[in-house]
Design a protein around this ligand. Structure first.
Ligand code: FES
Length: 193
């Protein structure tokens, strides 16, 4: 499987002036919440954080986490504990496209280190940094479950597998031309959250 492009992005990713979900996002949040018993609403936190991250510019600011806490009627610290634990949540502003290169065994054995170096050189950034134009951030990740098609990277909901330098060139060009924030919610929400 090569580059996968999933369904249309659901939410307005433009920077919003106030921390309130759009109507579409709130509907999705309510659907997610409705899947859990009323006294287990906290269980909705992970998928709701995905919606929040997609909705508010690709990262979770303290204001956004406080807002999510108010929506789920839980304590802000409970949101922070979860958001700071999982690598898919960003606690600082990121590029529109966050490139997560798997560095675990299968990918490492198949050249992940060289792929990381190649991207670093091409984008003139190091792991953990964002390009000056705000388009790309580079991260390394632990096994993303696609070991048979190593080396691979994830960007939002898309996997890019059996990577070569040429494939990296092509995906970077495509993302740049598209110029959109890529999020985990690019997947069809009904099937994934
Ligand atoms: S080792 Fe890279 S996806 Fe599993």
């Amino acid at each position: 499987m090569s580059s996968q492009v999933h369904g249309a992005q659901k939410f307005d990713n433009a920077k919003r002036s106030e921390t309130v979900f759009s109507e579409d996002a709130m509907k999705t949040v309510q659907t997610i919440i409705s899947r859990y018993p009323a006294d287990k609403i906290k269980s909705a936190l992970l998928p709701v954080l995905h919606v929040a991250q997609a909705e508010f510019g690709g990262w979770l600011s303290p204001e956004t986490m406080d807002y999510v806490a108010s929506v789920l009627k839980i304590k802000p610290i409970e949101v922070f504990e979860v958001a700071s634990f999982y690598s898919m949540y960003n606690l600082k502003p990121m590029g529109k496209c966050v490139l997560e290169v798997c560095q675990t065994s299968s990918c490492w054995l198949n050249g992940a280190e060289d792929i990381v170096k190649y991207i670093e050189k091409k984008l003139n950034i190091k792991v953990g940094e964002t390009t000056k134009d705000g388009m790309f951030s580079l991260k390394v990740a632990e096994c993303l479950g696609s070991c048979g098609t190593a080396p691979m990277l994830q960007c939002g909901a898309s996997y890019h597998e059996n990577l070569t330098y040429e494939k990296v060139d092509s995906l970077l060009e495509n993302y740049k031309a598209e110029g959109k924030l890529k999020s985990y919610t690019d997947l069809d929400y009904k099937n994934t959250l």
